[in-house]
Design a protein around this ligand. Structure first.
Ligand SMILES: NC(=O)c1ccc[n+]([C@@H]2O[C@H](COP(=O)([O-])OP(=O)(O)OC[C@H]3O[C@@H](n4cnc5c(N)ncnc54)[C@H](O)[C@@H]3O)[C@@H](O)[C@H]2O)c1
Length: 354
């Protein structure tokens, strides 16, 4: 039976975003049956914002939800737009308007040589971070008084709702159970943030009681940061709030090879979801062929798996494994290939798996 054509809205974005997304599309097109994926490349990003004055046209996010099976994003961030209003409208806008409450960030050591940790091997580090993606300190609530003066008072509210906390904690436990994982750890700061994170602690206790087969541990986020370096083998799934998840996932990415290898998904089950590498637009290396496209390629594999193209996703991951094994990488991982060269190497490795 012919696979249904999936429509993917693509926002390359800024800096290295378009460069790495181009390679992801190259690999996804190579692994998928002909015409089974349609990529709709969208112009949004810093250039578009500066040229038109519009970050995202009204109604566009709603159209994405109607027209696309998924969104693939490179990165947003440009020094010419210091207030990041385009990223706020596009990326934060998607997370909020499409209610993409699960930010899923797998952290897996693929090659021994990629970890800076001593005596850690492939298989030792294999965890998934479930970061709450719509609330916390990133909810956008706050304001400033007497801005720009020495009397300035700036307030950002951190919010936690029962519903928002329950659904992300539940998603973490359900994923653990469905994927044969034994442990879920909550990272919070309920000692120092008693109201918002006190709610997290209570919800975590309640939800964990429904999953007696899964070992539930509540740790302070600073302890989790420490433990990720000291003994990452103790984690299967980490569930945490928006701000803490942002920080812990960058730390976690570093122990498996850096953000050039870190994929992520912004998900609302059953709805149009958004897939993006963890890294930003890296203006320091943009346009020089130095960007590692593997985070974007692995992000593409997450997207395929989410869209039920499991075999294709596994083939992409195996090809990335092979490329890493052979050392066909960009300079951040010690190789000499360009961004496009790594994309070609993954496509070539795919061709060898038949
Ligand atoms: N989701 C997003 O779109 C997102 C995420 C983080 C940062 N940003 C934005 O990106 C801009 C730059 O932010 P930053 O410098 O803090 O973070 P960054 O992730 O862009 O870069 C951090 C460092 O990692 C390197 N790096 C990043 N991706 C790489 C890759 N694929 N291959 C090789 N090296 C890579 C960069 O060269 C830089 O030295 C800012 O405007 C920031 O707000 C966007």
């Amino acid at each position: 039976m012919e696979a249904r054509q999936l429509r993917i809205g693509v926002i390359g974005g800024d800096g290295i975003g378009p460069e790495v997304v181009r390679e992801a599309i190259k690999v996804l097109s190579a692994v998928s049956p002909p015409a089974s994926l349609a990529f709709d490349e969208l112009p949004y990003g810093a250039d578009h914002t500066l040229e038109t004055g519009v970050t995202l046209p009204p109604g566009e996010m709603e159209r994405f939800a109607r027209d696309y099976d998924a969104l693939l994003l490179g990165a947003l961030g440009d020094p010419r737009i210091p207030d990041m209003r385009h990223a706020v409208d596009i990326l934060m806008g998607a997370r909020r308007k499409l209610d993409l409450y699960i930010n899923k960030r797998p952290v897996r050591l693929l090659q021994d040589r990629l970890t800076p940790l001593k005596d850690r091997h492939r298989g030792d580090i294999d965890l998934v971070i479930f970061r709450e993606n719509t609330e916390g300190a990133y909810a956008g609530i706050g304001g400033a008084l007497k801005a720009g003066t020495r009397d300035e008072v700036a307030v950002t509210e951190m919010i936690a709702t029962w519903k928002g906390t329950d659904r992300i904690v539940r998603a973490a436990f359900e994923w653990a159970r469905a994927n044969g994982r034994r442990r879920v750890c909550m990272a919070s700061k309920y000692n120092a943030i008693p109201h918002a994170h006190g709610l997290w602690a209570r919800v975590f206790r309640e939800v964990s009681a429904e999953f007696p087969d899964i070992e539930a541990t509540a740790l302070f986020a600073d302890v989790v940061a420490m433990e990720l370096v000291r003994d990452p083998t103790r984690f299967d799934v980490i569930v945490t709030s928006n701000l803490l998840g942002d920080i812990l996932s960058d730390l976690a990415a570093q122990i498996v090879g850096g953000i050039g290898l870190a994929p992520s998904a912004n998900i609302h089950p059953g709805r149009t979801s958004l897939f993006e590498p963890v890294h930003g637009s890296a203006p320091d290396i943009a346009g020089r062929g130095l960007a590692n496209p593997l985070a974007a390629v692995l992000t593409g594999a997450m997207m395929l798996r989410h869209l039920d193209r499991r075999e294709d996703a596994a083939r992409v991951e195996a090809a990335v494994d092979r490329v890493l094994h052979e050392g066909s990488t960009t300079p951040d991982l010690g190789g000499t290939l360009t961004t496009a060269g790594v994309g070609d190497a993954v496509v070539e490795a795919l061709g060898r798996d038949r």
